[in-house]
Write a protein that binds this ligand. Structure first.
Ligand SMILES: C[S@@+](CC[C@H](N)C(=O)[O-])C[C@H]1O[C@@H](n2cnc3c(N)ncnc32)[C@H](O)[C@@H]1O
Length: 413
């Protein structure tokens, strides 16, 4: 497919031009970011027309949103609203790229590259990248975002056999991030596009197509929603659930070409790159005991990956019930990004009045109510209980079920 990466469009969006670069530099430096006044200043100083001014203001607000989400400046990138919603966080793309580089991958195909966050991370990890993107404008942004790196981007449909053959030529691994939003769906109030498409056969490309690709190139990695049904993951594949700064953001399926990976992993990253991993090949502790000195609230990345008992073994903790995600342990708290520890003050069968009096008696002044396996309006209970409290201690009530008994565990952070 000679010159394939040059196809698709003659004219690129103005925001990718050098004139836009100058306008963005001026806008970023402005102390007054009021859109009307900033727009007027851009018109006066640089003669920008209305659509150019709007493009600069939109880019500025997307940069701010990305900087907040990523905890890193995004000024070297050009963003679109849809692209940013779907983009992998840089710290996670960098982790994945390092994994591929460490597995000996030299050339990767990034199939459905969006704004190019993964392509960029792969290239920075030393890989050659061939990327495919259906939407010509998005591809132009990806090209801008990977300028100077060993990334070649083709505008086309990755399910087209000729396009796929070009992308896979020389590749020893493929990365896919299927589109999981319906762009024709309604927008939310903050401009996010439509509803999430939950049926994997409605993703673009669909899950069955992904499986066929993985048969052809077993070193295939696919980013999926963290709520993925475990039954979709083939028995010879490995799945990783990832949290960044405590937010569960994605899962990824690593097909059978990545031999030796545990069946399941929970990855906790922070924006500054620190990392912790729980794996399904570690020991597990299924022991159930009564509530001990501390209650442990397990992070969503652990519950979604099904690694609660692995965490229990690591913390020398036990379960309070075989079906509930709270753990318990004695001794000094051991911090990990996979859980939060609370000191237990009282454990009582759930009864609104009794819990209220216990809180008042313990000097509660600020309260959080959380629940697992317990149906309740936690905010209504919190307000009701706080009305009877006049102390100054911050407390947490965990509502749960131990066996058949609805239980309240009163704790402090
Ligand atoms: C979830 S986004 C990728 C985001 C990207 N990984 C990133 O971090 O920026 C999926 C992308 O795949 C593209 N796409 C969907 N179906 C495609 C197809 N059949 N061929 C090529 N690209 C496709 C969409 O246009 C969208 O940009």
């Amino acid at each position: 497919m000679p010159g394939a990466h040059e196809n698709g469009r003659v004219e690129q969006p103005w925001i990718l031009s050098s004139a836009a670069e100058a306008a963005l530099a001026m806008a970023r430096a402005a102390t007054d970011r009021d859109p009307l006044r900033l727009g007027a200043a851009l018109q006066r100083a640089l003669g920008l027309d209305a659509s150019q001014r709007a493009a600069v203001l939109t880019q500025l607000s997307l940069e701010d949103r990305a900087t907040t989400r990523w905890h890193a400046p995004a000024t070297d990138m050009r963003l679109t609203r849809e692209g940013l919603e779907q983009a992998t966080r840089p710290v996670l793309a960098e982790w994945r790229a390092r994994q591929l580089a460490d597995a000996g991958v030299r050339q990767a195909a990034d199939l459905g590259c969006g704004l190019g966050l993964e392509s960029r991370a792969l290239a920075r990890a030393g890989l050659r990248v061939r990327a495919v993107e259906l939407d010509p404008d998005t591809a132009a942004f990806a090209r801008h975002n990977s300028a100077g790196l060993d990334v070649t981007i083709h505008v086309g449909d990755l399910t087209d056999p000729a396009v796929l053959a070009w992308a896979l030529d020389g590749a020893d691994a493929a990365f896919l991030d299927p589109a999981r939003r319906d762009p024709t769906g309604p927008r939310t109030i903050d401009g996010r596009t439509g509803h999430r498409v939950l049926d994997p056969e409605s993703w673009s490309p669909p899950w069955s197509w992904v499986r066929t690709l993985a048969d052809r190139l077993p070193r295939t990695v696919v980013k999926v929603a963290p709520g993925i049904d475990h039954a979709l993951v083939p028995s010879d594949a490995s799945a990783t659930w990832a949290a960044v700064d405590g937010d569960l953001v994605e899962a990824s399926v690593w097909f059978r070409g990545f031999a030796g990976l545990p069946a399941r992993r929970a990855l906790a990253l922070t924006h500054d790159g620190s990392l912790d991993l729980l794996t399904s090949d570690a020991s597990v502790d299924e022991t159930v005991t009564g509530v001990r000195d501390h209650l442990i609230d397990v992070a969503p990345v652990v519950t979604r990956s099904g690694l609660v008992t692995t965490l229990a073994a690591r913390l020398d903790a036990t379960r309070i019930d075989p079906h509930i995600g709270y753990l318990t342990r004695d001794g000094a708290p051991v911090p990990t990004p996979f859980h939060t520890t609370y000191r237990v003050l009282d454990v009582l069968p759930f009864d609104r009045r009794r819990v209220g009096s216990a809180l008042a008696g313990l000097g509660c002044g600020a309260l959080t109510v959380m629940k697992r396996g317990f149906a309740a309006d936690t905010e209504a209970l919190r307000r009701q209980w706080l009305r009877g409290c006049h102390g100054d201690r911050a407390m947490v009530v965990a509502l749960t079920r131990i066996g058949d008994v609805p239980t309240a565990v009163v704790c402090e952070p």
